[in-house]
Design a protein around this ligand. Structure first.
Ligand SMILES: Nc1ncnc2c1ncn2[C@@H]1O[C@H](COP(=O)(O)OP(=O)(O)O)[C@@H](O)[C@H]1O
Ligand SMILES: [Mg+2]
Length: 393
């Protein structure tokens, strides 16, 4: 049996979506192979575990749920990574369990952006999905586009500005955007998701308003040329640098041009995760377009150095026929299981693949040298360095 530490929640605007995606995955993980140890991260960054954490109904009253669950710390103890109570309880063992592999199903900043992945690295705990670098790139819409451009992947023309630039002089920023991009533009905070803080601008007044909104959410803002005659096509990729396969393509359908947070997650008034958005699977595409998008999706995944399952989102101009890589989601809503299932890969199998890839990366890494004994700290030359003077470099 492998014990999977299922990490979800977190200090992110997409906290709830993470809970939904994670508990959905928990239902599909094959219990004959895996023990699940749920680790719920509160918005304040506290870790809790307990059986009650696996039932979505209990999240209606978070305070009650937390009161019935156990606050824990995750620490390395010799060769093991263990989950321990943070509050000692009489007649109960401090150690609650051991984690063999971490499965982060978190979305957004402070979680999906490499932060949690960095925590696993420090613990030397194998984990599912993208590593620190690819996670961080995947959360920064501007850095990601730079990498795509380097790899020859088409992206829309864009510019960035910082909050300080905006505070110093809006007109200079607005002038540059008008000159370099031109209307209509789309303004987005670089590192949020779920369309939060994103708006479209057709003129200078709207651009100013859109920029003002975006800088209230992030230090850096990405402004893009708005794609006209827009069609959005998404394609997931599963694997790693050696093996990376595209899924079916989907076309999310929206009444509005910009898919709002509500549309993505709250359609029909119920929170069912990304799968509740109306979508066409497989998307209606010519063979040629489909192949192009599949190849671009794999190229994006590889350019960023991704691993696990990611969803690449594309913007198409129906009239000009252009295809642009828009963004990657390194931990997609519902892990994009719905793009694999109709092609013959059940969700449980997708989860098996993800855990297998995590363990494969761990094996490959264990063959790398991670320490280099220089002998510096045992050398006789250190004599005389102790004391008030400190080390000279
Ligand atoms: N350059 C663009 N042209 C036209 N529409 C865009 C453009 N960029 C984003 N959008 C619209 O805004 C939505 C959200 O933007 P996106 O970059 O995907 O951010 P998020 O991380 O919030 O999903 C997209 O799904 C699309 O509908
Ligand atoms: Mg998007």
């Amino acid at each position: 049996m492998i014990t999977v530490g299922l990490f979800f929640g977190g200090s992110s605007v997409e906290h709830e979506i993470s809970v939904i995606s994670a508990l959905q995955a928990a239902r599909y993980l094959d219990r004959s192979k895996y023990n699940i140890l749920p680790i719920y991260i509160t918005r304040d960054g506290e870790f809790y575990t307990g059986e009650k954490m696996l039932d979505i109904a209990n999240y209606e009253k978070i305070s009650a749920l937390l009161a019935e669950s156990t606050p824990v710390a995750i620490v390395r103890d010799g060769k093991r990574v263990v989950v321990r109570r943070t509050q000692h309880k009489l007649f109960a063992k401090d150690e609650i369990g051991q984690i063999d592999v971490a499965f982060p199903i978190v979305h957004g900043t402070n979680c999906e952006d490499g932060s949690l992945q960095g925590f696993f690295e420090i613990l030397r705990l194998p984990y599912v999905g993208c590593d620190v670098t690819s996670s961080a790139l995947g959360m920064d819409k501007a850095a990601m586009k730079d990498v795509f451009m380097q790899a020859g992947i088409p992206v829309v023309s864009h510019q960035t500005f910082r909050r300080e630039d905006w505070q110093r002089g809006r007109d200079a920023v607005l002038d540059r955007l008008e000159e370099k991009i031109g209307y209509p533009m789309i303004v987005k905070p670089v590192n949020l998701g779920s369309s939060i803080g994103i708006s479209k601008a057709e003129n200078r007044a709207e651009l100013e308003e859109a920029a003002e909104l975006a800088v209230s959410f992030a230090q850096r803002v990405l402004v893009e040329r708005a794609v006209q005659n827009l069609r959005e096509i998404n394609c997931a990729v599963l694997g790693d640098a050696e093996e990376a396969k595209p899924s079916l393509c989907e076309e999310p359908v929206s009444s509005d041009r910009i898919l709002s947070f509500n549309e993505k997650y709250m359609s029909s008034g119920k929170t069912k995760g990304m799968a509740s958005l109306s979508r066409i699977i497989p998307a209606e595409l010519s063979d040629e377009k489909r192949t192009l998008i599949e190849n671009l999706a794999v190229a994006c995944f590889k350019a960023l150095g991704c691993s696990g399952v990611c969803r690449m989102d594309f913007l198409l101009d129906e009239v000009s026929g252009e295809v642009f890589a828009n963004e990657i989601n390194t931990i997609p809503g519902s892990l994009s299981f719905y793009l694999w299932e109709p092609a013959g890969k059940p969700y449980a199998e997708l989860l098996d693949d993800l855990i297998r890839l995590a363990l494969k990366r761990e094996r490959q890494r264990s063959q790398l040298m991670i320490t280099y004994d220089s002998g510096v700290l045992s050398g006789a030359h250190l004599k005389g360095l102790s004391g008030a003077k400190g080390a000279k470099r």
